[in-house]
Write a protein that binds this ligand. Sequence first.
Ligand code: NAP
Length: 337
Amino acid sequence: MTKSKISLIIGANSNLGLNIAYRQIKTEDPEYGFTFILTSRTMERAQQAGDLIEKFNSEQEKTRDIKIVPIVLDLADMHSIKQTYEKLQKEFSEINYIFLNAALGVCSGINWFQAVKEMISNPLNAVTDPHYKIQKVGLTSKDGMGLIFQTNVFGPFYLMKKLLPLLTKGNGVVIWISSLRSDPNYLPLDDLELINSPTPYEGSKRMIDLLHLSTYKELKRKDVYQYVVQPGIFVSQSFYQHLNIITYYLMMLMFYLARRWGSYWHTIDPYKAANAATYVCTFSDRDFERQDIKYGSATYNDGVEHIRPEEIDDSGMKDVHDFLLSKEKEWDLKLGY
Ligand SMILES: NC(=O)c1ccc[n+]([C@@H]2O[C@H](COP(=O)([O-])OP(=O)(O)OC[C@H]3O[C@@H](n4cnc5c(N)ncnc54)[C@H](OP(=O)(O)O)[C@@H]3O)[C@@H](O)[C@H]2O)c1
């Protein structure tokens, strides 16, 4: 019988989620099959992701034995998180990989005046670190938490903590998807739920970096290896929301030009963007490879992919760690854990 690995992909129907599965099919040890547990807020989208992954597998020269398990998970709903970990605890005895890939950024529009100004004054920066997207401020979830904080940081953190026994049994790997836009300035330490912040998405990614730094050693003592990676800048389904066909293709043109001009972070293709996420799964000597850095997917100006690791500034790490632990205790009580 074929040995099988179990890979849980949160936000599996996104471009990155799908391409993480594709890369695992392509690059993992050929003697293994895979069980992909795929999450989405709707069963239909989780199933569609499963169909695409099965199709990709069937097109390979050497196909693997794969099994798809679609599940519904809403990270902005703590009861949905509870249902998910209870289901997984019941149905699986171990998990080998968990990709914490889902993310929410609620953009209410684009400040076109600012966009043109940034494009003219520094076009490369305008498509690498843009400041013209207008994010909604003050959003809270029905659980009463900052919406972006819960969806991008606390929800996945709480889920992963509850799955630790399964991850320990599977000698598991936890992969957090961060961003290159996670500068310390984006995280207000007096508003860790990111409710009043004008940049909650970037703040949530900064929190992920700090959460990782403050927890990976404790996880390692449980035989679980955690990494933080970032995919560069790639084509996302979320781009279609505020762009029309003309502005979309202009943006794509800018991405390719940026790469030509030397921006290694314009990975553009989601398959290349998924490189860092699957790269950290292939370490043969886990104790030898560094965990205190962020592994980035990058491309040379001809599009050839490579990995670029970066140091992480640890300022504010204790504040974030203490805050997450206090929230965890609060929700353990509320959910009767
Ligand atoms: N695109 C880029 O250039 C870029 C750059 C840096 C980092 N990233 C990161 O890369 C990852 C993937 O990005 P992407 O652009 O491929 O994603 P995307 O197309 O924006 O999709 C977002 C994913 O998150 C899931 N999601 C959103 N809200 C959720 C919730 N409340 N509960 C559960 N799942 C939820 C969505 O699933 P459903 O809608 O099906 O529920 C979807 O699978 C994200 O972490 C993103 O921050 C992207």
